[in-house]
Design a protein around this ligand. Structure first.
Ligand SMILES: Nc1ncnc2c1ncn2[C@@H]1O[C@H](COP(=O)(O)OP(=O)(O)OP(=O)(O)O)[C@@H](O)[C@H]1O
Ligand SMILES: Nc1ccn([C@@H]2O[C@H](COP(=O)(O)O)[C@@H](O)[C@H]2O)c(=O)n1
Length: 227
């Protein structure tokens, strides 16, 4: 019999609106701490990608739910080796396309989808082979891991978030990307509240912080929680 004690990984739960830095900051924090990293938005995006790939009606909850049985999803939790697959397809890049972002909120508002993915996130987190895992999304502090020892709402003013996203772009699409980001937030906020910190959740506002100072601020919250 194997008597090796298994210790559950420490969970750092991070929520926030689109473009607040959840993914990049969480990844950097995970690297610094030697933790795993789980981007939950990637799963909603991958399901939206599958819906588009199959020609399913993303506005129809029944059509989206029908895809779940066939949703063979996998994601790496190594912050340095992140890849997303649906079956045999590597969709790491494809799920970032604007056509996917445009329909992901419709997929994510379906309660059966949320229940299915929340269960999946919990089992991915429990299986991580590191001392901890940073999980980021919209409902991590409230639904996925409400008992996590560290729960953070990462925010930044909408204009700053739009400017950061626009800075990633080299063409005139910056304007429409900014508008799409705001529309996605509005749609998502009807389903889960990621704009206000729930009880016990610490807000880190990066509006006036550069990237490294934001990572430091999150690490400080984690250190304070463990003392
Ligand atoms: N404090 C900061 N200062 C400057 N730039 C930042 C800061 N935090 C994040 N960024 C940059 O902002 C952009 C958006 O960050 P990121 O993709 O991590 O956001 P996100 O919250 O995961 O977005 P989404 O929900 O749309 O996936 C990236 O280019 C990132 O490098
Ligand atoms: N916990 C979550 C995470 C994401 N979503 C939905 O997925 C979309 C994409 O998320 P990104 O973090 O990659 O921007 C997001 O717009 C939500 O619709 C969610 O519902 N819950």
């Amino acid at each position: 019999m194997n008597s090796t004690p298994t210790v559950a990984p420490v969970v750092v739960a991070i929520d926030g609106p689109a473009g607040s830095g959840k993914s990049s900051v969480s990844k950097a924090v995970a690297r610094r701490l030697g933790y795993g990293f789980l981007d939950t938005g990637a799963a909603y995006r991958a399901l939206a990608w599958l819906a588009l790939d199959r020609g399913a009606d993303t506005e129809s909850a029944a059509s989206v739910v029908a895809l779940l049985d066939d949703f063979d999803y996998s994601i790496g939790t190594d912050p340095d080796g992140y890849s997303v697959r649906v079956g045999e397809d590597d969709v790491t890049e494809a799920i970032r396309e604007p056509r996917v972002a445009a329909v992901v909120s419709a997929v994510a508002r379906v309660p059966e989808v949320r229940a299915h993915l929340v269960a999946m996130f919990r089992s991915i987190a429990a299986a991580v082979d590191r001392p901890g895992i940073v999980i980021e999304g919209r409902d991590i502090t409230t639904i996925v891991a409400p008992d996590a020892p560290v729960r953070i709402l990462l925010t930044a003013d909408e204009t700053v978030r739009m400017a950061r996203r626009s800075a990633e772009l080299t063409d005139l699409a910056a304007d429409s990307v900014g508008r799409a980001l705001a529309e996605r937030d509005r749609a998502d906020a009807r389903v889960v509240d990621f704009l206000n910190a729930a009880d016990g959740v610490t807000t880190v506002d990066s509006t006036h912080l550069d990237f490294n100072r934001t990572v430091d601020a999150v690490i400080t919250v984690i250190e304070e929680a463990s003392t």
